[in-house]
Ligand binder design. Structure first.
Ligand code: PEP
Ligand code: MG
Length: 862
């Protein structure tokens, strides 16, 4: 037997009614706030989560009782109210309560056309969303006979006349909304937006402001900032003789009564047609901004010149607009700077950092589609979500190309750097999800042809691209380009910089960048990194001219020959460091001595070997033998890092000299650099002692030769488990320890950085690892080594500087870990610096017990 729900299971929204987000959802709470602000909100009833859940399982709501709250002969709307507006919910149903009798009455009072419109829209919504009938039979626009046809179609499809009892209508609408919330598609969609599996739905039943009928009547939305830029601007629309947000069925042209909101040369405006009402809306916007401490989009209806506020939501916004809005609210003292910081999800900042295709380079366009999500990205074509995940696990950027995407493609979209679909529009699944993820996306590229069997994409000119081919998605212009055109770095606006400066004022862990080249260093400065935490010097030797000298050095038979090749590399290396020191202008720069196995610098194909033999004027057989001799079975565990420094000390001596001479040059130009020199892949104290002795000797020699003075700091990169375990004795000779969590993860797991991608997907899928430990720091294992190393190191040397410089350094979760462990800074790739700065500020703010502990400066006035 079906249970009828308790009468108390709903609440009429009033200023003091017990309404809670955790029980009734965000919309109920928001409407209560609007009621408290004395805005003209129609009578509204909120049904809590428990009631809605019970309805989904078959219990009957006491709809007659709810209808009675609205007085005789009313129409009501039913809207979803989940806990978080991002989680969506079933479609709103308007005009519940409409029936033949009311239609007759409204025909007299409001005119036949208005009465027909109200009834038709309800019959259509009820048929599609409640009775789940074929939408094609219920999408005719309003016109002579349309209402009768819809009622007939309903009876025809269901073998029952359209229900006339308002209570029965309301009951069925509410139950169908409750059930659709529990459906698998709705679940998948909201979980992709971060909703928990047990997310609940509340419902709102609200008296209708009709929006059709005599006088000025209609509905609209208004907001006072622009949703993409966040700039102040009245935006929205007003449709006369209209209800709700969505266009009515069949209304594919703008309604003839659509008005601009503000005075506009293109057509009539609400501001001119009803200046008093417009002024009221502006005043309501200002009240909402101040009292709700947010930029709101107000949904309103006008019924015979009477203004009603139906709803208000946070202005939907891009990440760029979110930052600008938060900063403006704090600048106007509506919210605190802390609130402004906490309102921005750190990862969302990376959306502001979009690359764009350089407009100056030629574009090899394959096809064109709808520009659905901005930014540009290059990757290899994959045609399935599984292939995208496998590609990401291998560390290869990929572009997911689909006819259209569905919820089960979401993981693949996460793994891809961009998305291209043949079908769909601006609000298609692919477009909506890609914008949410900040992925460049093109949809509706109808001129391409996809063949899933052949795994090909054919352009309009017949050009065929295959899985694995490299393309670029320009989600800003809608162009699909072949290859990898040059990209422009993103531009950052004032709001972004201001927010990050506020973040810097509260965070308590340093953020540096990993930067190997002057270009990287400039990006690091642009993102206001506090220095370079890792400069991988080997990247400086891959230029053609240096590579040859490098190879001569590798081929040298004696230490003397090696030294003479290094003497030629010295000025180049010195110039590298001078450039870095100049760009970093006195900020700390941590330079890692040469790390990779030498054979990485040698050619491996016949052609390359022959060229090398020619360049070195040696027989090919000798060159081939030498290359073979340098090849190792397991180079990652072989002759690399400090092992090179111990066995071929001339290399590190040259690098140390280059660093010191560049330091002196920088100091002469006024930059008081104290260079940091870092020894890679250490596993024993003695390694550090030996290298330190030599570097100290080089420093003394450079001081003597130049008469210059300088200090330097020598530190160790902790990348082997043994270095972490022996950090106590290693710290005797180290001013700092920087954890290289890439190698440390590799060595802790015994997992090859280069090969793990082959099985990582399967491991994660089967729950062997919760996440790929090369992406997310393994707090339990690698993390324990970090803690042990940090503790033992600081026991020896309390002022030891601690940092992390592996890829994990830019991960918010790793930042939290390092901060809790008392690290001084994290270092990450330059583009992750903004996210790291904001994430670090969030952790500091969340940790503060009370705001008084560490007050922020009051907001500035603009
Ligand atoms: C590391 O191992 O974490 C590191 C930063 O060094 P690389 O990635 O150059 O080996
Ligand atoms: Mg390393």
């Amino acid at each position: 037997m079906q249970k009828t729900l308790d009468l108390t299971e709903y609440t009429v929204i009033a200023p003091t009614a017990p309404i809670a987000v955790a029980r009734h959802g965000w919309r109920a709470k928001c409407l209560q706030r609007l009621v408290r602000l004395a805005l003209p909100v129609p009578v509204t009833v909120a049904l809590p989560f428990d009631t809605v859940r019970a309805m989904a399982s078959g219990a009957l709501p006491n709809a007659a009782r709810i209808i009675a709250e609205f007085g005789p002969g009313p129409l009501v709307s039913v809207r979803p109210s989940p806990e978080n507006p991002e989680w969506g919910g079933p479609s709103t149903v308007l005009n519940v309560g409409m029936n033949d009798a009311l239609h007759a009455r409204l025909s007299d009072s409001h005119g036949a056309e208005a009465a027909d419109a109200l009834y038709l829209h309800f019959v259509q919504a009820f048929a599609i969303h409640v009775a789940r009938l074929d939408p094609d039979r219920f999408s005719d626009p309003l016109g002579p006979g349309a209402l009768e046809a819809a009622l007939e179609a309903y009876a025809d499809e269901t073998d029952e006349p359209f229900p006339q009892d308002p209570a029965q209508q309301l009951s069925e609408v509410m139950r169908s909304m409750a059930r659709s919330w529990e459906g698998p598609t709705a679940r998948l969609l909201r979980q992709a937006k971060g909703a928990p599996a047990e997310a609940s739905l509340g419902l709102i039943v609200q008296g209708m402001a009709l929006g059709v009928g005599p006088g000025l009547s209609g509905s609209g939305t208004i907001q006072f900032v622009e949703g993409v830029t966040g700039q102040p601007q009245v935006t929205g629309r007003f449709r006369g003789q209209h209800q709700g947000r969505a266009p009515h069925p069949g209304a594919d042209r703008p309604a003839r009564e659509t008005l601009y909101l503000t005075t506009d040369p293109r057509g009539p405006a609400l501001q001119d047609a009803a200046p008093g009402l417009f002024a009221d809306l502006v005043a309501m916007g200002a009240i909402c901004r101040k009292r709700l401490r947010e930029e709101m989009q107000i949904e309103f209806a006008i019924e015979d010149s009477q203004l009603r506020v139906i709803d208000a939501v946070r202005v939907p916004r891009s990440s760029r607009a979110a930052v600008r809005i938060a900063v403006a609210l704090a600048d106007d003292a509506v919210i605190t700077r802390e609130d402004a910081l906490l309102r921005i999800e750190p990862r969302a900042l990376s959306e502001l950092l979009h690359f764009q295709v350089d407009p100056r380079v030629p574009r090899d366009r394959v096809a064109r589609g709808i520009a659905a999500s901005p930014g540009a990205a290059t990757g290899r074509i994959v045609f399935t979500a599984t292939a995208a995940q496998a590609s990401a696990a291998r560390g290869e950027p990929c572009i997911l190309v689909r006819r259209e995407t569905a919820p089960e493609d979401i993981r693949g979209m996460h793994a891809a750097v961009a998305v291209l679909t043949e079908r769909g529009g601006m609000t298609s699944h692919a477009a909506v999800i890609a914008r949410g993820l900040g992925l460049p996306c093109i949809v509706g590229a109808s001129e391409i042809r996809l063949s899933s069997r052949d795994r090909t994409l054919t352009g309009p000119d017949g050009r065929v691209l295959r899985e694995g081919d490299e393309i670029t998605i320009d989600g800003t212009s809608g162009d699909v380009l072949a290859g990898a055109p040059a990209m422009l770095e993103p531009a950052l606006d004032d709001g972004f910089r201001t927010l990050l400066r506020w973040a810097d004022a509260v965070r308590d862990i340093g953020i540096r960048a990993n930067a190997d080249t002057p270009d990287d260093a400039r990006t690091a400065r642009m993102f206001e990194a506090e220095g370079i935490g890792l400069c991988r010097t080997e990247h400086m030797f891959f230029d053609e001219d240096r590579l040859t000298v490098m190879r001569e050095m590798i081929f040298a038979d004696t230490a003397g020959d090696r030294r003479s090749a290094l003497d030629r590399l010295l000025p180049m290396q010195r110039a590298d460091f001078i450039a870095l020191f100049d760009i970093m202008a006195g900020l700390p720069v941590c330079i890692r001595l040469f790390d990779p196995p030498l054979h990485e610098f040698l050619p491996h194909d016949r052609e390359g070997l022959r060229e090398l033999a020619e360049a070195l004027a040696r027989p090919l057989s000798e060159v081939s033998r030498r290359v073979e001799a340098l090849t190792e079975f397991n180079p990652m565990l072989g002759m690399r890092g400090v092992r090179l420094g111990i066995t071929m000390p001339e290399i590190y001596e040259m690098q140390a000299r280059a660093i010191f001479e560049a330091t002196i040059a920088a100091r002469r130009r006024g930059a008081m650099i104290v260079p940091e020199i870092m020894i890679p892949l250490v596993s024993a104290r003695r390694e550090v002692e030996l290298v330190k002795t030599r570097i100290d000797a080089v420093a003394a020699a450079v001081r003597n030769e130049t008469g210059g003075t300088f200090d330097y700091r020598l530190g160790v990169m902790v990348e082997t488990p043994r270095a972490a375990l022996r950090a106590g004795e290693i710290a005797q000779h180290s001013a700092f320890l920087s954890f290289g969590t890439n190698d440390l993860t590799q060595m802790t797991y015994g997992l090859s950085r280069d090969d793990a991608g082959r099985f990582m997907g399967s491991y994660v899928q089967q729950g062997v690892y919760a996440e790929d430990p090369f992406h997310t720091l393994d707090n339990d294992g690698v993390g324990e080594l970090l803690l042990i190393g940090a503790r033992r190191g600081r026991e020896t040397r309390p002022d030891l500087t601690l940092s992390i410089c592996g890829e994990h350094g830019g991960n918010p979760e790793s930042i939290a870990f390092c901060r809790a462990a008392g690290f001084d800074y994290v270092s990450c790739s330059p583009f992750r610096v903004p996210v790291a700065r904001l994430a670090a500020a969030h952790f500091a703010l969340v940790d503060r017990k009370t705001p008084q502990d560490a007050p922020m400066a009051p907001p500035s006035t603009r």
